[in-house]
Design a protein around this ligand. Structure first.
Ligand SMILES: *Cc1c(COP(=O)(O)O)cnc(C)c1O
Length: 398
Protein backbone atom coordinates (compact mmCIF):
# COMPACT_ATOMS: atom_id res chain seq x y z
CA UNK A 1 0.00 0.00 0.00
CA UNK A 2 1.15 3.54 -0.72
CA UNK A 3 1.36 6.21 1.95
CA UNK A 4 -1.82 7.82 0.62
CA UNK A 5 -3.65 4.50 0.71
CA UNK A 6 -2.65 4.05 4.35
CA UNK A 7 -3.85 7.56 5.14
CA UNK A 8 -7.20 6.85 3.47
CA UNK A 9 -7.49 3.58 5.40
CA UNK A 10 -6.75 5.44 8.64
CA UNK A 11 -9.43 8.02 7.90
CA UNK A 12 -12.04 5.33 7.37
CA UNK A 13 -11.13 3.33 10.49
CA UNK A 14 -9.84 5.64 13.20
CA UNK A 15 -12.18 7.97 15.04
CA UNK A 16 -11.48 11.42 13.69
CA UNK A 17 -10.36 13.10 16.94
CA UNK A 18 -7.19 14.56 15.42
CA UNK A 19 -6.58 16.60 12.29
CA UNK A 20 -3.52 14.60 11.35
CA UNK A 21 -0.60 15.74 9.22
CA UNK A 22 -0.50 13.81 5.97
CA UNK A 23 2.48 11.57 6.66
CA UNK A 24 2.82 8.01 7.93
CA UNK A 25 5.84 7.80 10.24
CA UNK A 26 7.62 4.50 10.17
CA UNK A 27 10.89 4.65 12.08
CA UNK A 28 13.24 6.87 14.00
CA UNK A 29 16.98 7.20 14.41
CA UNK A 30 18.53 9.69 16.81
CA UNK A 31 16.69 13.00 16.36
CA UNK A 32 15.31 12.04 12.95
CA UNK A 33 12.06 10.43 11.90
CA UNK A 34 11.35 8.73 8.58
CA UNK A 35 8.03 8.37 6.81
CA UNK A 36 7.17 5.22 4.91
CA UNK A 37 8.59 6.69 1.69
CA UNK A 38 11.94 7.09 3.43
CA UNK A 39 11.75 10.89 3.67
CA UNK A 40 13.77 12.21 6.61
CA UNK A 41 12.47 14.72 9.14
CA UNK A 42 14.34 16.54 11.89
CA UNK A 43 12.14 16.02 14.94
CA UNK A 44 11.42 19.03 17.17
CA UNK A 45 8.32 17.49 18.72
CA UNK A 46 9.53 14.19 20.22
CA UNK A 47 6.02 12.78 20.18
CA UNK A 48 5.01 15.85 22.23
CA UNK A 49 7.80 15.97 24.79
CA UNK A 50 7.94 12.19 25.12
CA UNK A 51 10.93 10.72 23.33
CA UNK A 52 13.61 12.56 25.30
CA UNK A 53 16.45 10.17 24.51
CA UNK A 54 16.11 10.25 20.76
CA UNK A 55 15.13 7.19 18.75
CA UNK A 56 17.04 3.95 18.74
CA UNK A 57 18.95 4.38 22.00
CA UNK A 58 20.57 0.94 22.18
CA UNK A 59 20.61 0.62 25.95
CA UNK A 60 16.93 1.53 26.17
CA UNK A 61 15.93 -0.81 23.34
CA UNK A 62 17.97 -3.70 24.72
CA UNK A 63 16.49 -3.29 28.19
CA UNK A 64 12.95 -3.45 26.83
CA UNK A 65 13.72 -6.50 24.67
CA UNK A 66 15.25 -8.22 27.69
CA UNK A 67 12.17 -7.40 29.77
CA UNK A 68 9.79 -8.70 27.11
CA UNK A 69 11.55 -12.04 27.28
CA UNK A 70 11.32 -12.09 31.09
CA UNK A 71 7.84 -10.84 31.87
CA UNK A 72 5.65 -8.02 30.57
CA UNK A 73 2.85 -7.97 33.07
CA UNK A 74 1.96 -9.11 36.55
CA UNK A 75 -0.77 -7.74 38.76
CA UNK A 76 -0.15 -5.07 41.38
CA UNK A 77 -1.15 -7.73 43.91
CA UNK A 78 2.44 -9.00 43.55
CA UNK A 79 5.78 -7.20 43.69
CA UNK A 80 8.00 -6.90 40.61
CA UNK A 81 11.64 -5.83 40.44
CA UNK A 82 11.33 -3.16 37.70
CA UNK A 83 8.63 -1.31 39.67
CA UNK A 84 10.78 -1.35 42.79
CA UNK A 85 13.88 -0.15 40.93
CA UNK A 86 11.88 2.51 39.09
CA UNK A 87 10.27 3.73 42.33
CA UNK A 88 13.64 3.99 44.05
CA UNK A 89 15.04 6.09 41.22
CA UNK A 90 12.08 8.38 40.77
CA UNK A 91 12.06 9.10 44.50
CA UNK A 92 15.73 9.96 44.26
CA UNK A 93 15.40 12.42 41.38
CA UNK A 94 12.17 14.02 42.62
CA UNK A 95 12.77 14.10 46.37
CA UNK A 96 9.20 12.87 46.84
CA UNK A 97 8.44 9.95 49.17
CA UNK A 98 5.69 7.78 47.68
CA UNK A 99 4.87 6.88 44.11
CA UNK A 100 1.90 5.34 42.32
CA UNK A 101 2.51 4.33 38.69
CA UNK A 102 -0.22 4.98 36.12
CA UNK A 103 -0.65 4.33 32.39
CA UNK A 104 -0.89 7.94 31.28
CA UNK A 105 -0.66 11.55 32.31
CA UNK A 106 -4.39 12.03 32.73
CA UNK A 107 -4.52 9.06 35.09
CA UNK A 108 -1.73 10.55 37.16
CA UNK A 109 -3.82 13.72 37.49
CA UNK A 110 -6.88 11.66 38.48
CA UNK A 111 -4.85 9.99 41.21
CA UNK A 112 -3.49 13.30 42.43
CA UNK A 113 -7.01 14.71 42.73
CA UNK A 114 -8.23 11.63 44.59
CA UNK A 115 -5.29 11.76 46.99
CA UNK A 116 -5.96 15.45 47.72
CA UNK A 117 -9.66 14.91 48.34
CA UNK A 118 -8.96 11.90 50.55
CA UNK A 119 -6.40 13.85 52.56
CA UNK A 120 -8.93 16.60 53.22
CA UNK A 121 -11.68 14.10 54.00
CA UNK A 122 -9.46 12.32 56.54
CA UNK A 123 -8.46 15.57 58.16
CA UNK A 124 -11.90 17.15 58.42
CA UNK A 125 -14.21 14.19 58.52
CA UNK A 126 -16.33 15.32 55.59
CA UNK A 127 -16.22 15.57 51.81
CA UNK A 128 -17.27 18.40 49.45
CA UNK A 129 -13.89 20.13 49.25
CA UNK A 130 -12.80 22.52 46.52
CA UNK A 131 -9.81 22.63 44.21
CA UNK A 132 -8.31 25.72 42.60
CA UNK A 133 -6.92 25.26 39.09
CA UNK A 134 -5.46 27.74 36.58
CA UNK A 135 -6.91 29.29 33.45
CA UNK A 136 -5.26 28.11 30.21
CA UNK A 137 -4.05 24.95 31.95
CA UNK A 138 -4.11 21.50 30.45
CA UNK A 139 -4.25 18.37 32.60
CA UNK A 140 -5.72 15.68 30.34
CA UNK A 141 -8.94 14.35 28.82
CA UNK A 142 -10.51 12.18 31.52
CA UNK A 143 -13.23 13.73 33.65
CA UNK A 144 -11.20 14.65 36.72
CA UNK A 145 -8.30 15.96 34.64
CA UNK A 146 -10.67 17.75 32.27
CA UNK A 147 -12.46 19.37 35.21
CA UNK A 148 -9.25 21.14 36.26
CA UNK A 149 -8.31 22.03 32.67
CA UNK A 150 -8.69 25.78 32.21
CA UNK A 151 -9.84 25.83 28.62
CA UNK A 152 -13.63 25.76 28.36
CA UNK A 153 -13.44 24.65 24.74
CA UNK A 154 -12.21 21.23 25.87
CA UNK A 155 -14.91 20.92 28.56
CA UNK A 156 -18.10 22.45 27.19
CA UNK A 157 -19.69 19.52 25.35
CA UNK A 158 -19.04 17.17 28.25
CA UNK A 159 -20.57 19.01 31.18
CA UNK A 160 -21.14 18.45 34.01
CA UNK A 161 -17.54 18.20 35.14
CA UNK A 162 -16.66 17.04 38.65
CA UNK A 163 -17.82 19.78 40.99
CA UNK A 164 -16.12 22.28 43.25
CA UNK A 165 -13.41 23.50 40.89
CA UNK A 166 -12.50 27.20 40.79
CA UNK A 167 -10.18 28.84 38.28
CA UNK A 168 -7.55 31.46 39.05
CA UNK A 169 -5.01 33.13 36.74
CA UNK A 170 -1.48 31.82 36.60
CA UNK A 171 1.02 34.30 38.08
CA UNK A 172 -1.76 36.38 39.65
CA UNK A 173 -1.67 35.61 43.34
CA UNK A 174 -4.62 37.93 44.09
CA UNK A 175 -6.80 35.79 41.86
CA UNK A 176 -5.82 32.73 43.90
CA UNK A 177 -6.59 34.50 47.16
CA UNK A 178 -10.03 35.44 45.83
CA UNK A 179 -10.84 31.78 45.30
CA UNK A 180 -9.50 30.34 48.57
CA UNK A 181 -11.93 29.47 51.31
CA UNK A 182 -12.37 26.92 54.12
CA UNK A 183 -13.31 24.24 51.63
CA UNK A 184 -10.16 24.52 49.51
CA UNK A 185 -8.17 21.28 49.68
CA UNK A 186 -5.72 21.71 46.80
CA UNK A 187 -4.25 24.09 44.24
CA UNK A 188 -3.18 22.47 40.99
CA UNK A 189 -1.05 23.94 38.23
CA UNK A 190 1.55 23.08 35.63
CA UNK A 191 4.94 24.42 36.71
CA UNK A 192 5.31 25.47 33.07
CA UNK A 193 2.08 25.51 31.08
CA UNK A 194 2.45 23.38 27.95
CA UNK A 195 -0.64 23.21 25.71
CA UNK A 196 -1.79 26.55 27.10
CA UNK A 197 1.15 28.38 25.53
CA UNK A 198 4.53 27.65 27.14
CA UNK A 199 4.04 29.97 30.10
CA UNK A 200 6.17 29.32 33.18
CA UNK A 201 4.79 29.95 36.65
CA UNK A 202 6.98 32.69 38.10
CA UNK A 203 9.19 32.16 41.11
CA UNK A 204 7.23 34.75 43.12
CA UNK A 205 3.90 33.20 42.28
CA UNK A 206 5.03 29.67 43.15
CA UNK A 207 6.50 30.85 46.45
CA UNK A 208 3.38 32.83 47.37
CA UNK A 209 1.14 29.87 46.59
CA UNK A 210 3.46 27.55 48.54
CA UNK A 211 3.29 29.84 51.57
CA UNK A 212 -0.49 30.05 51.36
CA UNK A 213 -0.73 26.26 51.14
CA UNK A 214 1.52 25.86 54.19
CA UNK A 215 -0.54 28.32 56.22
CA UNK A 216 -3.84 26.67 55.45
CA UNK A 217 -2.74 23.04 55.00
CA UNK A 218 -3.86 23.14 51.38
CA UNK A 219 -2.04 20.68 49.11
CA UNK A 220 0.01 22.05 46.22
CA UNK A 221 -0.23 19.76 43.19
CA UNK A 222 2.32 20.47 40.46
CA UNK A 223 1.65 18.87 37.08
CA UNK A 224 5.10 18.11 35.67
CA UNK A 225 3.84 15.83 32.90
CA UNK A 226 5.20 17.99 30.09
CA UNK A 227 7.74 20.26 31.83
CA UNK A 228 9.29 17.51 33.95
CA UNK A 229 11.91 14.88 33.17
CA UNK A 230 14.72 17.31 32.43
CA UNK A 231 12.99 19.50 29.91
CA UNK A 232 13.71 22.75 31.76
CA UNK A 233 17.27 21.77 32.61
CA UNK A 234 16.14 20.46 35.99
CA UNK A 235 14.80 16.98 36.50
CA UNK A 236 11.54 18.58 37.59
CA UNK A 237 10.73 22.20 36.77
CA UNK A 238 9.83 23.10 40.37
CA UNK A 239 13.42 22.33 41.36
CA UNK A 240 14.46 25.49 39.52
CA UNK A 241 13.00 27.54 42.38
CA UNK A 242 12.99 24.91 45.12
CA UNK A 243 9.21 25.14 45.53
CA UNK A 244 8.36 21.56 46.38
CA UNK A 245 4.83 20.31 45.81
CA UNK A 246 2.87 18.03 48.15
CA UNK A 247 1.75 15.98 45.18
CA UNK A 248 3.39 15.84 41.75
CA UNK A 249 2.40 14.26 38.47
CA UNK A 250 4.81 13.02 35.80
CA UNK A 251 4.41 11.10 32.52
CA UNK A 252 5.35 11.87 28.87
CA UNK A 253 9.17 11.41 28.92
CA UNK A 254 9.04 9.19 32.00
CA UNK A 255 8.93 6.02 29.89
CA UNK A 256 10.13 7.63 26.65
CA UNK A 257 7.34 6.09 24.63
CA UNK A 258 6.23 3.12 26.72
CA UNK A 259 2.96 4.42 28.18
CA UNK A 260 3.56 5.20 31.84
CA UNK A 261 2.95 8.03 34.26
CA UNK A 262 3.03 8.47 38.00
CA UNK A 263 1.78 10.61 40.82
CA UNK A 264 4.07 11.13 43.74
CA UNK A 265 3.55 12.60 47.17
CA UNK A 266 5.34 13.55 50.34
CA UNK A 267 5.18 11.25 53.32
CA UNK A 268 2.72 13.64 54.97
CA UNK A 269 0.21 13.10 52.17
CA UNK A 270 1.12 9.44 51.69
CA UNK A 271 0.45 8.60 55.31
CA UNK A 272 -2.87 10.46 55.41
CA UNK A 273 -4.63 9.82 52.11
CA UNK A 274 -5.02 6.77 49.88
CA UNK A 275 -4.97 3.34 51.55
CA UNK A 276 -5.52 -0.21 50.34
CA UNK A 277 -8.70 -0.39 48.33
CA UNK A 278 -8.85 3.36 47.58
CA UNK A 279 -7.14 3.31 44.21
CA UNK A 280 -5.81 0.84 41.68
CA UNK A 281 -4.93 0.04 38.09
CA UNK A 282 -4.48 -3.21 36.20
CA UNK A 283 -1.56 -2.15 34.01
CA UNK A 284 -0.06 0.74 35.97
CA UNK A 285 3.48 -0.02 37.10
CA UNK A 286 3.76 -3.24 35.16
CA UNK A 287 7.24 -4.71 34.63
CA UNK A 288 7.60 -3.52 31.02
CA UNK A 289 6.55 0.06 31.77
CA UNK A 290 8.70 0.22 34.86
CA UNK A 291 11.71 -1.28 33.12
CA UNK A 292 11.39 1.65 30.74
CA UNK A 293 11.28 4.13 33.64
CA UNK A 294 14.19 2.45 35.40
CA UNK A 295 16.29 2.49 32.22
CA UNK A 296 15.34 6.03 31.23
CA UNK A 297 16.34 7.39 34.65
CA UNK A 298 19.66 5.53 34.52
CA UNK A 299 20.38 6.87 31.03
CA UNK A 300 19.51 10.41 32.14
CA UNK A 301 22.14 10.08 34.83
CA UNK A 302 24.87 8.24 32.91
CA UNK A 303 24.54 10.20 29.67
CA UNK A 304 24.22 13.54 31.51
CA UNK A 305 21.04 14.49 29.68
CA UNK A 306 20.45 17.55 31.86
CA UNK A 307 23.87 18.95 30.94
CA UNK A 308 22.94 18.74 27.27
CA UNK A 309 19.64 20.51 27.91
CA UNK A 310 21.43 23.33 29.68
CA UNK A 311 24.02 23.52 26.94
CA UNK A 312 21.59 23.64 24.02
CA UNK A 313 18.61 25.49 25.56
CA UNK A 314 20.21 28.93 25.59
CA UNK A 315 21.32 28.42 22.00
CA UNK A 316 17.76 27.55 20.97
CA UNK A 317 16.56 30.57 22.89
CA UNK A 318 18.98 32.86 20.99
CA UNK A 319 17.94 31.42 17.63
CA UNK A 320 14.26 31.92 18.40
CA UNK A 321 14.99 35.48 19.56
CA UNK A 322 16.67 36.16 16.20
CA UNK A 323 13.54 35.00 14.39
CA UNK A 324 11.34 37.07 16.65
CA UNK A 325 13.45 40.15 15.90
CA UNK A 326 13.36 39.47 12.16
CA UNK A 327 9.57 39.25 11.78
CA UNK A 328 7.23 41.79 13.33
CA UNK A 329 4.33 39.34 13.25
CA UNK A 330 6.17 37.22 15.83
CA UNK A 331 5.13 38.82 19.09
CA UNK A 332 6.89 36.90 21.78
CA UNK A 333 9.28 34.12 22.63
CA UNK A 334 8.21 32.06 25.61
CA UNK A 335 9.23 29.10 27.71
CA UNK A 336 12.30 27.71 29.36
CA UNK A 337 14.90 25.03 28.63
CA UNK A 338 13.95 22.80 25.71
CA UNK A 339 10.32 23.80 26.09
CA UNK A 340 9.97 27.02 24.17
CA UNK A 341 7.46 28.73 21.95
CA UNK A 342 7.03 31.56 19.48
CA UNK A 343 3.78 33.50 19.65
CA UNK A 344 2.61 34.83 16.29
CA UNK A 345 -0.15 37.37 15.73
CA UNK A 346 -1.78 34.89 13.32
CA UNK A 347 -2.36 31.15 12.91
CA UNK A 348 0.85 29.17 12.52
CA UNK A 349 -0.58 26.20 10.59
CA UNK A 350 0.85 27.34 7.21
CA UNK A 351 4.36 27.53 8.71
CA UNK A 352 4.07 24.08 10.24
CA UNK A 353 3.00 22.59 6.92
CA UNK A 354 5.87 24.29 5.07
CA UNK A 355 8.32 22.96 7.66
CA UNK A 356 6.95 19.47 7.15
CA UNK A 357 7.48 19.76 3.39
CA UNK A 358 11.07 20.76 4.06
CA UNK A 359 11.74 17.93 6.50
CA UNK A 360 11.18 19.53 9.91
CA UNK A 361 8.58 18.38 12.40
CA UNK A 362 7.29 21.14 14.67
CA UNK A 363 3.93 21.61 16.31
CA UNK A 364 1.64 24.31 17.63
CA UNK A 365 0.29 25.00 21.12
CA UNK A 366 -2.99 26.77 20.41
CA UNK A 367 -3.59 28.26 16.96
CA UNK A 368 -0.96 31.00 17.03
CA UNK A 369 1.94 29.57 19.02
CA UNK A 370 4.71 27.37 17.63
CA UNK A 371 6.04 24.92 20.19
CA UNK A 372 9.56 23.51 20.35
CA UNK A 373 9.89 20.40 22.52
CA UNK A 374 12.66 18.39 20.82
CA UNK A 375 14.38 15.26 22.09
CA UNK A 376 16.68 16.31 24.94
CA UNK A 377 19.71 15.00 23.05
CA UNK A 378 19.62 17.56 20.22
CA UNK A 379 22.79 19.47 19.39
CA UNK A 380 23.50 23.06 18.39
CA UNK A 381 23.88 21.87 14.80
CA UNK A 382 20.33 20.47 14.95
CA UNK A 383 19.11 23.82 16.26
CA UNK A 384 20.87 25.60 13.37
CA UNK A 385 19.22 23.31 10.87
CA UNK A 386 15.82 23.76 12.50
CA UNK A 387 16.18 27.56 12.56
CA UNK A 388 17.17 27.62 8.88
CA UNK A 389 14.19 25.53 7.75
CA UNK A 390 11.86 27.47 10.02
CA UNK A 391 13.10 30.80 8.69
CA UNK A 392 12.58 29.75 5.07
CA UNK A 393 9.15 28.33 5.92
CA UNK A 394 8.06 31.57 7.58
CA UNK A 395 9.26 33.57 4.58
CA UNK A 396 7.25 31.43 2.21
CA UNK A 397 4.13 31.37 4.39
CA UNK A 398 3.34 35.07 4.82
C1 LIG B 1 0.01 15.69 28.08
C2 LIG B 1 -0.37 16.27 29.38
C3 LIG B 1 -1.32 15.65 30.23
C4 LIG B 1 -2.09 14.43 29.81
O1 LIG B 1 -1.27 13.31 29.61
P1 LIG B 1 -1.85 12.06 28.77
O2 LIG B 1 -0.75 11.05 28.88
O3 LIG B 1 -2.12 12.54 27.40
O4 LIG B 1 -3.09 11.62 29.46
C5 LIG B 1 -1.55 16.22 31.46
N1 LIG B 1 -0.90 17.32 31.87
C6 LIG B 1 0.00 17.95 31.09
C7 LIG B 1 0.70 19.15 31.59
C8 LIG B 1 0.29 17.45 29.82
O5 LIG B 1 1.16 18.10 29.03
Amino acid sequence: MTMQEYIDAAESALLHTYNRYQIVLEKGEGVHLYDMNGKEYLDFVAGIAVFALGYGNKRYNDALKDQIDKIIHTSNYYYNVPAIEAAKRIKEVSGMDRVFFTNSGAEAVEGAIKAARKYACNKEGHTDHEIIAMEHSFHGRTFGALSVTGNSHYREAFEPMIGNIRFASLNDFESVLKNVNDKTCAIIMETVQGEGGLTPATEDFLKQVRRLCDEKDILLILDEIQCGMGRTGYMYAWQRFGVKPDIMTTAKALGCGVPVGAFLMTEKVGANSLVAGDHGTTYGGNPLACRAVWTVLDIFKDEKILDNVNEVASYLSDKLDELKDRYDFIEEKRGVGLMQGLKFNRPVAPVINKCLEKGLIVINAGADIMRFVPPLVITRADVDKMADILNRSIEESF
